[in-house]
Design a protein around this ligand. Structure first.
Ligand code: ZN
Length: 160
């Protein structure tokens, strides 16, 4: 597919998730949760996770922010539900490399499915934080932290 057509398709995926975010609600009886804040853009969201026998059996989010942050969070919930903790961490690492542009080959990695729509943000440093916010919050929740901010020590990785 030509680059222009692919860009248009990816843009449509992001707009769709922004308009109709999946799993967009608070969760009762969550195993863990964390707040993500990106003061640069004003994005704020909470991610809830239900972990049973080391499997993320349910995940949801709620918050407000730009289209990229919301679409990325929505896609994240779709992507990790039903996966083992190990697989989720692996995906987190992949998405981090995808949005920062650290590994350009990932933009063609079929395993990432619609998450590849996020590859375009690597050209916009401000947007990288928007796209990775929900993923950082999800990882923080799994690691037992309750708040993550793009301006805090957690950002040490994405700055590299
Ligand atoms: Zn944003």
């Amino acid at each position: 597919m030509a680059d222009a057509a692919l860009d248009a398709l990816y843009q449509e995926v992001i707009l769709d998730h922004n308009r109709r975010p999946r799993n967009f609600h608070p969760m009762e009886h969550a195993s863990c949760s964390a707040d993500g804040r990106n003061p640069n853009c004003g994005d704020q969201l909470t991610v809830w996770l239900r972990v049973d026998d080391d499997v993320v059996s349910d995940v949801s989010f709620q918050g407000q922010g730009c289209a990229i942050s919301k679409a990325s969070a929505s896609m994240m919930t779709d992507a990790i539900k039903g996966k083992s903790r190990g697989d989720v961490v692996q995906l987190y690492e992949k998405v981090h490399k995808l949005v920062t542009g650290e590994d350009p080959a990932l933009a063609k990695d079929k395993e990432l499915g619609s998450l590849r729509a996020l590859s375009g943000v690597s050209k916009f440093p401000m947007r990288v934080k928007c796209a990775s916010l929900s993923w950082h919050a999800m990882k923080a929740a799994l690691d037992g932290a309750s708040v993550v901010t793009t301006e805090g020590p957690e950002d040490a990785r994405s700055a590299s």
